[in-house]
Design a protein around this ligand. Structure first.
Ligand code: FAD
Length: 467
């Protein structure tokens, strides 16, 4: 029997303008890898689209033959959804065009863009699109899930800054979604992930912005508890110009880290101030008052520097596992549990990432987009990061154990882009009261669940069959 991927290949090869890569072809090995080294899969066919017409052709061929299909932009799905064994990957990495209209403060970006391609083009016009903090992340996956980053408090989530989407749906037709045309789909695409089709173009709203004050410092182990208590109360009153992220981790052995802290549990503080630098000084000084003096650094950095400074901390090919949630308030017991956990961290790169949202993101009503809860300002991401296969069990069980201990104090809800591949049962939790509306939109645009390699919302008839 001819394998489904061979059938799709035969159906596509005359009309497809991009690359069709099968196991054994030159370039296949590179093309099949994604960012998370834990997810090593071998698709039967990688359809790397060169132009827009390749996308409906690939969707049509795959759906007619009924092959499992993944969609890939930057390949950073923590859960590994942008690849599969034996099926097909629609790879958009050749579609990275960005067109900026400086007057209108708008950009059109193609579905394969990385954040770095968007930043580079928009900064030429002195404009920004608020997105994530690592430039090699794909823009599509990030925006469709929501998109948090340095400028979330100032300008909102990435999805809040999308004016329109053009996508190819499961029946291989082109569909536009914006506030006037297909508004339900527009609602669902802002937080609903890859459930509804392949987005080939996003129309983005931009903001004038080029530089920030960046302040960093390490708080020694003894200060972690008081620091977290201080941060919790301080951020509730902080201006939107301030973003303060804290990573609990083991301090790296680098020249920048005071010797006595190297390899020790620390709270690594990273803050930006987006307003007038002088007005920010008192806030930054207070925030860094519990840091080791030798570790404190404050400087003005360009937006492009800010966006790339964490790139090397999250290299491709390492092994990653994550669990995430929200807190309305960080109670003392939760802080105690995090402080205890950081003393037992299993890998030097593993960290408890804490961010405070609020600001512009919280001003958008929870009903306005499919994105999850905006009312709980504390977001936690437990991110294990290691290199040896032999350390898989230790790292994964450390994350799961800590998550289980923190979970009772969390507000129900989860950000879909910070979920692992083993959390399908939490997808309804991500959408909560928005779930029924999500299922309705899904049932309309993808009744057979062609797009199912994602934090999946099954269409109605499939949900009914399952229950
Ligand atoms: C190093 C790193 C840093 C990160 N930093 C942040 C951050 O600062 N803020 C934040 O919010 N998140 C962050 N994330 C999480 C990130 O948002 C998700 O991993 C996101 O899915 C990555 O998008 P991608 O396009 O690279 O992923 P891919 O693996 O390419 O795609 C992920 C999923 O998105 C869907 N998808 C991708 N492209 C399309 C498309 N064109 N049309 C339809 N569906 C599509 C598909 O369902 C696919 O399975 C980070 C992740 C990593 C690995």
């Amino acid at each position: 029997m001819v394998e489904a991927s061979e059938e799709v290949y035969s159906s596509l090869r005359r009309r497809f303008k991009g690359d069709l890569l099968r196991p054994g072809n030159s370039g296949y090995e590179d093309a099949r890898t994604i960012w998370n080294g834990m997810v090593a899969r071998a698709p039967g066919l990688i359809a790397r689209c060169a132009e827009v017409s390749d996308v409906p052709n690939a969707v049509r061929a795959a759906s007619e033959i009924g092959i499992l299909t993944a969609v890939r932009c930057g390949g950073h799905s923590l859960a590994g959804f942008s690849t599969c064994d034996g099926g097909m990957v629609i790879d958009l990495s050749r579609m990275r065009q960005v067109t900026v209209d400086p007057e209108a403060r708008r950009a059109r970006i193609a579905g394969g863009c990385l954040l770095g391609s968007v930043d580079a083009a928009t900064q030429k016009a002195g404009l920004v699109f608020p997105s994530g903090v690592v430039s090699h992340t794909g823009a599509s996956g990030l925006i469709l899930g929501g998109g948090t980053g340095w400028l979330t408090r100032r300008f909102g989530l990435s999805c809040d800054n999308v004016e329109g989407f053009t996508l190819v749906t499961a029946d291989s037709s082109f569909v536009r979604a914006d506030s006037k045309e297909n508004p339900d789909l527009f609602w669902a695409l802002r937080g609903g992930g890859g459930n509804f089709g392949v987005v080939i173009e996003f129309e983005l709203k931009l903001h004038p912005f080029t530089a920030v004050v960046l302040a960093e410092g390490l708080s020694p182990e003894a200060n972690i508890r008081p620091l977290l208590e201080y941060w919790r109360d301080f951020m509730a009153e902080a201006p939107v110009d301030l973003k303060w992220n804290i990573d609990l981790r083991l301090a790296p052995h680098t020249k920048k880290v005071p010797l006595e802290l190297c390899g020790r549990p620390v709270a690594s503080n990273s803050l930006i101030w987006t307003g007038d630098p002088e007005a920010g000084r008192p806030y930054l000084e207070r925030a860094l008052s519990m840091c080791s003096k030798d570790s404190v650094r404050t400087k003005i950095v360009s937006f492009l520097n800010l966006q790339t400074m964490a790139d090397s901390d999250f290299p491709h090919g390492r092994r990653y596992y994550t669990k995430s949630g929200y807190f309305t308030y960080l109670d003392d017991g939760t802080i105690d549990r995090m402080v205890e956990a950081v003393a037992t961290i299993p890998s030097s790169e593993t960290q408890i990432e804490l961010a405070y949202l609020g600001g512009a993101a919280a001003e958008v009503a929870g009903t306005e987009t499919a994105f999850g809860d905006r009312s709980a300002p504390f977001i936690i991401n437990l991110l294990a990061n290691w290199s040896e296969v032999s350390a898989d069990a230790g790292n994964i069980s450390w994350i799961r154990g800590l998550f289980n201990r923190l979970r009772p104090a969390m507000k129900p809800g989860v950000y879909i882009n910070f979920m692992s591949g083993d959390e399908q049962d939490r997808v309804p939790e991500a959408y909560q009261e928005r779930w029924d509306r999500m299922v309705t939109v899904k049932s309309h645009y993808d009744p057979n669940n062609f797009f199912r390699l994602n934090q999946n919302v099954p269409p109605r008839k499939l949900s009914a069959q399952r229950s």
